[in-house]
Design a protein around this ligand. Sequence first.
Ligand SMILES: C[S@@+](CC[C@H](N)C(=O)[O-])C[C@H]1O[C@@H](n2cnc3c(N)ncnc32)[C@H](O)[C@@H]1O
Ligand code: SF4
Length: 458
Amino acid sequence: MLIAKHLIDKYNQAIPRYTSYPPANFFHQQFTEADFRESLEQSNTEGESNISLYVHIPFCAHKCFYCGCNTHITRDQELVSSYLQALKQEIRLMADLVDRQTRSVSQIHWGGGTPNFLRAEQIADIMELIHSLYTFIPEPEVAIECNPAYLDYQYIDKLIDLGFNRFSLGVQDFSHEVLNAVKREIPEIPVADLVNHIRRDGKATVNIDLIYGLPLQNVEQFSQTLDIALAIRPNRLVTFSYAHLPNINPNQKGLEKYPMPDAETKLHLLELAYNKITAAGYLAIGFDHFALPTDELGSAIEKHELHRNFQGYCTKRTTGQVLAFGASAISQLHTAYAQNTKNVTTYISSINSGNLPIERGYKLSIQDITVREVINEIMCNLRFSWDNISAKIGITTQQAKQQARNAPDELNNLEADSIIEQTDNGLVVTNTGRFFVRNIAACFDPLNRENKTYSKTV
Ligand SMILES: C[S@@+](CC[C@H](N)C(=O)[O-])C[C@H]1O[C@@H](n2cnc3c(N)ncnc32)[C@H](O)[C@@H]1O
Ligand code: SF4
């Protein structure tokens, strides 16, 4: 057993996922559009000098039963076209606030919903606008999340011509039985053939998303899914733990008629995936993201130079302050987070009346920035040193230590359980510890987490 049962019993607690710091449930509505405009102008002279653009396409043809994403189910092409007009207007409004002489784009990420719900010409229209407004670093990362059931060879060729160089395919499982149960279309063109086509002349790479914990999954069946995925050898592979929150996502009630893997089976599926994928030569990021050593992320893992944002992991070269466009999208600046309204029609009308549709956000203090740095280092690079953190932020080591929560007993406890090794200057996470990074991060988090609900750590 890779993860000892007594450690699971002890550390499986409700703790933030820390996909951002502070977590999104600390964002509030007192943060207004005026605050965002001010933070955006400040971002021109502080923080990362590159820009990462996020484009959110909320549309899907139907709702998959397991889905926990921000989506808008429609086939109304008029609504889609009004949304795309608003998206272009938002891109122009924000470009006016950015110093485009000194800031270049290092990454574009199209997420959803289902970005490949759009026609390639609609995507081209937006990409053309972005290219007319911004300069780019050499070889920026241009990524798109795709439902493989809506891909064909011609569409892939058009996206590659538009500069897309990373395709993220939401496969979830290769078993037709599981896919039928979760109401997910089975791709007509086999995923292996799509991947071969995407990579055929070396211009683009592929990520495959799988989910463990779905109905009808068991060790034997999921093992076959992993074998198929590994035979394809995607450049990156993610195994998400299925988050079942039917009160928030009523569509998930559709799964409750099927047998679901219990907590123990889920743990076996997690271990199976981790063992098989690493044995196949992939490098692990945390315990559920994997990259081939030849992938740009692979060398960043080895050099402990990984970064991340809401869109996922990235490298020192491609990281940047995130400007996000579209309903529910979250901009991530050096000193602020700002989230747009989730409602598609409110988003369109707000933009049409000349506003940026900020619904909530958060202004970071120097304390938040310091703790964010510590937590990001733990979660990305499985180590940190106070000297590096303080040098990056421009404060003394002593000042950096004073900003974070001081919990020596909790850290000693983690060390006694071989989850971390404390050093003179920080800590290193052990191989067992990678399954408990959220527990380690929480030791440095001074924010009061009472009255907030979080999922369990494992
Ligand atoms: C935002 S979705 C968009 C991808 C695209 N629409 C698709 O379905 O292929 C990105 C990924 O989130 C994961 N996901 C969605 N709902 C989830 C849930 N309830 N629990 C865990 N992972 C989930 C899926 O693996 C999915 O591929
Ligand atoms: S999983 Fe993807 S395609 Fe399915 S509803 Fe969610 S965002 Fe849409």
